[in-house]
Design a binder for this molecule. Structure first.
Ligand SMILES: Cc1cc2nc3c(=O)[nH]c(=O)nc-3n(C[C@H](O)[C@H](O)[C@H](O)COP(=O)(O)OP(=O)(O)OC[C@H]3O[C@@H](n4cnc5c(N)ncnc54)[C@H](O)[C@@H]3O)c2cc1C
Length: 493
């Protein structure tokens, strides 16, 4: 039986970042993976979907005819797109492998990483059994990190067949662009795939939205904006529609949708993509054998140090990433994985603060979010001012001929005028959102931020103008551009 300082189950962003941090502290780390190295951070997840998104966006830009250029004979082949996407995933996996191999054999460093391929399950609180392709091994550890992530949620009564009824794991098994696709679920991942398929213009895209708004947790103006852009891109959104049946015929799928207003619609599509959320991936590890008690949602509840409590006490078993029930984001998984190992090494460090966590949404154009939105602040009874500034007034966006987009910033409606949140859309929104995350993290007020020089021409200048407009000192005025600049105030009754 082999014994390690740290045994990690799962090699996604949580597991991998933890393994590398373990080496930083001189630990002997064993990382066990039953599927793809990198988990949903790489294959069938964040990296592959983003590669496909970037390719689809480039294609849609190349197909434009309103900018003075016209690409002749533009065609696209799904198999080649798929190969490019897989190549991107492999590129990252080889980087990860190179690092693992370096630390597996380095004689100059204390500690190292051993990658074991197989399915791990607890035998007792200090031992896991790993069932590999050819053998079974028992591995012991002083500390454990459970980083088993999540898996696509199943739609009751509609089993995935991997060919015509798929989930996000099945995108790369499609052999060609479907002529017609129904995307069931209008959360971030559903809207991303609707954007991707509509960008390539090879597929009739239907998006099923059970509510009356896509992204229902976002402010209504943001949800409506996203829905409008999807529709402009050719997506048919079926709002307030429930899926009654989906029947497989030899040549197509027949779908019946029931709308809240009482009417129904029969639709014919070729592929259905189920995208109704992700459930934590926990039970394969037999948590009961380690004395772990999952929550009702099948997640592992962790304390601020990412430790799982056993009998109410912090234990030697830690958890990080999607399995913890926190926001299912790459960055959260990575930071939690690091935090867990820092704690194991006796470092206290700074507590994880989820209030300035950024979320990126890869639509056309992209949308980025950080901190509070109006709905959250109203629920909490926090008075705020919301300033909206359209990209139509930003020189860089004008130069890019891409003025669809906006910056919306929320500040506290008191003398401190602290920055509480931002929603932004348009080119590069995913790049500059983090600058506002810093402002929120540091508790910056409007006055302090306005001391900074924003470089010109940059899309980020919109942040400055948006904040200036709150103090009535923007260069362009709401009076002249009432649809493009406005301030909204809210106070609890
Ligand atoms: C289509 C898609 C797009 C996404 N896009 C983004 C994005 O743009 N930005 C973003 O921040 N996030 C995105 N995410 C979410 C992000 O990928 C996840 O939040 C992140 O991967 C979670 O990391 P993790 O380490 O917790 O788990 P995972 O990445 O899920 O990794 C868990 C690993 O554990 C392994 N495992 C499970 N059980 C066992 C076992 N018993 N034994 C051994 N190994 C086991 C699994 O095989 C898997 O490899 C996306 C996800 C999907 C599906």
């Amino acid at each position: 039986m082999k014994r390690f300082d740290l045994v990690i189950i799962g090699s996604g962003p949580a597991g991998f970042s933890a393994a590398v941090r373990g080496v930083d502290f001189g630990m002997n780390v064993c990382m066990i993976e039953s599927g793809n190295l990198g988990g949903a951070g790489i294959m069938n997840g964040a990296l592959t979907s983003k590669t496909m998104y970037e390719l689809s966006l480039d294609y849609s830009i190349a197909a434009r005819v309103d900018r003075g250029y016209r690409a002749g004979g533009l065609t696209v082949d799904y198999k080649k797109v798929r190969n490019t996407v897989i190549q991107a995933a492999k590129e990252k996996q080889y980087q990860m492998r190179s690092q693992i191999e370096t630390f597996a054999r380095s004689k100059h460093l204390k500690g190292g990483i051993t990658l074991v391929q197989g399915m791990a399950s607890f035998v007792d609180p200090h031992t896991v059994k790993v069932v590999g392709a050819a053998d079974e091994t028992l591995i012991q550890g002083d500390n454990f990190l459970i980083a088993t992530g999540s898996k696509p949620r199943e739609y009751p009564g509609i089993p995935v067949d991997g060919e015509r009824i798929i989930d996000s794991n099945g995108i790369l098994s499609l052999k060609q662009f479907p002529d017609r696709i129904l995307i069931i679920g209008s959360g971030i991942i559903g809207c991303e795939f609707a954007t991707i398929f509509s960008n390539f213009k090879q597929t009739e895209v239907h998006l099923l939205d059970r509510a009356n708004r896509v992204l229902p947790y976002e402010d209504d103006d943001v949800s409506d904006y996203v829905a409008e852009n999807l529709t402009k891109n050719g997506v048919t959104i079926h709002h307030t529609a429930q899926l009654r049946t989906l029947v497989k015929h030899p040549s197509h799928l027949e779908v019946i949708l029931d709308y809240d207003d009482g009417h129904s619609k029969v639709l014919e599509v070729d592929v259905a993509l189920i995208s109704i959320g992700r459930d934590s991936n926990l039970y394969s590890i037999k948590p009961e054998n380690a004395g772990l008690e999952p929550s009702d949602k099948g997640t592992l509840i962790i304390n601020d140090n990412c430790q799982v409590l056993i009998d109410g006490k912090p234990s030697h078993i830690y958890a990080a990433g999607d399995v913890t029930g926190h926001s299912q984001l790459y960055s959260v998984a990575e930071l939690q994985g690091r935090k867990a190992v820092e704690r194991m090494a006796g470092k206290t460090g700074y507590p994880l603060d989820y209030s300035h966590m950024s979320t990126l949404m890869f639509f056309k154009p992209e949308v980025a979010a950080v901190g509070a939105n109006e709905k959250m602040l109203r629920k909490q009874g926090v008075a705020y001012k919301a300033a909206y500034y359209s990209n139509k007034l930003i020189n860089r966006a004008i130069a890019m001929r891409s003025t669809t987009g906006f910056i919306k910033i929320l500040v506290s409606n008191d003398e401190t005028q602290r920055i509480l949140g931002m929603r932004a859309s348009g080119p590069q929104a995913s790049a500059y959102i983090v600058s506002v995350a810093h402002l929120i993290n540091q508790g910056n007020s409007l006055g302090e931020v306005l001391k900074i020089f924003y470089p010109h021409p940059s899309v980020a200048e919109g942040i400055q103008e948006c904040l200036r407009s709150i103090g009535k000192r923007s260069i362009y005025k709401p009076e002249a551009f009432p649809e493009d600049i406005y301030i909204r105030e809210w106070k609890p009754e």
